[in-house]
Write a protein that binds this ligand. Structure first.
Ligand SMILES: Cc1cc2nc3c(=O)[nH]c(=O)nc-3n(C[C@H](O)[C@H](O)[C@H](O)COP(=O)(O)O)c2cc1C
Length: 305
């Protein structure tokens, strides 16, 4: 039997497999590179970058939940210039697409970062308008269609590489934001970011996280992600990077059937660093078992009742 083709295309960027790693769960790849060759991956969405270095929020900033975690890391990162000088050359040793994830305080900051990152030669830019853990910018851009469009426009007009906008699930109608971003010229969409949540210690009556609330991720959010990818895929004609709760090939296949061209693995990497590789191998087996010539044939293949 011939092997299924595992290549997929995400807004003109060819990925050797549909499995990438999600921003903020893989750092800049250095730690995971001790486990396996990073060239095994389809792509790496790097930790969210900001114009200046950020220390992030005070601890505790991770809390376990049933089938997931809450985090309030708050975009701890060395800043875009240090990324370009120190981390990008490391990543460039590998045959893997590098997707720079960015967050700005203002639309202008997004533009500046896009210009620098395009010039530095990243393969794609993922514009985070959905971080629930920062006060300025962050989620505000992702919940208002006009602001989401303004940031998208700014990013597009300062980029020479494809721009993918990362949507928040913390909205009533995600298709409204998706349409605004698509109309503003985005090349692709990624979804979902984390869902806002909270845990409380019943003895101290204190929230577990120092920031009180955080973002929920992990297997608990998969059905929400599948539903949102499905809705967005019907609303706009853009390629989608689907994520949220993927820990095995079956999960990834669901996101692809719902309409995703590629999938990202996030929280599951913490429990098992090999998850992205296992998900890729599992998808290949699934394609073989279903007699597909190409894994891309899964995309949008759901048969709704
Ligand atoms: C600890 C942590 C840090 C994160 N940091 C970022 C970030 O910097 N930028 C971003 O766009 N998403 C960030 N995310 C969201 C993930 O990229 C992903 O959208 C979300 O966790 C859902 O996928 P998962 O359930 O597979 O983790 C972070 C998630 C976690 C758990």
């Amino acid at each position: 039997m011939t092997e299924p083709c595992m290549k997929v295309n995400l807004a003109g960027v060819e990925l050797k497999s549909p499995v990438v790693v999600a921003s903020g769960t893989f750092g800049f790849g250095r730690e995971y590179g001790q486990f396996y060759d990073l060239s095994e991956l389809g792509g790496i969405c790097v930790k969210g970058l900001t114009a200046q270095r950020r220390e992030g929020n005070p601890a505790p900033r991770i809390a376990e939940t049933p089938m997931g975690i809450l985090n309030s890391v708050g975009l701890q990162n060395p800043g875009v210039d240090a990324f370009i000088a120190e981390e990008l050359p490391f990543l460039r040793q590998y045959d893997v697409k590098v997707i720079a994830n960015i967050s700005g305080n203002t639309p202008e900051e997004y533009g500046e970062m896009c210009e620098k990152l395009s010039a530095a030669g990243v393969d794609m830019i993922e514009v985070n308008i959905s971080c629930p853990n920062v006060k300025a910018g962050g989620l505000a851009y992702g919940t208002k269609p006009e602001l989401a469009a303004e940031v998208t426009h700014m990013a597009k007009s300062h980029s020479t590489v494809p721009v993918m906008v990362k949507l928040s699930p913390n909205v009533t109608d995600i298709t409204e934001i998706a349409r605004a971003v698509a109309d503003a010229g985005a090349d692709a969409l990624s979804l979902i970011n984390t869902l806002r949540g909270m845990r409380i210690d019943i003895n101290t009556r204190r929230p577990i996280l120092k920031m009180n609330t955080g973002g929920l991720s992990g297997p608990a959010v998969l059905p929400v992600a599948v539903r949102m990818v499905w809705e967005v895929a019907q609303a706009v004609n853009l390629p989608i990077l689907g994520m949220g709760g993927v820990s095995k090939a079956d999960d990834a296949a669901q996101l692809m059937l719902a309409g995703a061209s590629a999938v990202a693995v996030g929280t599951a990497c913490f429990a098992d660093p090999y998850t992205p590789v296992k998900v890729r191998d599992g998808l290949k087996e699934l394609a073989q078992a279903q007699g597909l010539e190409s894994i891309a044939q899964l995309t949008g293949g759901v048969r709704p009742w």
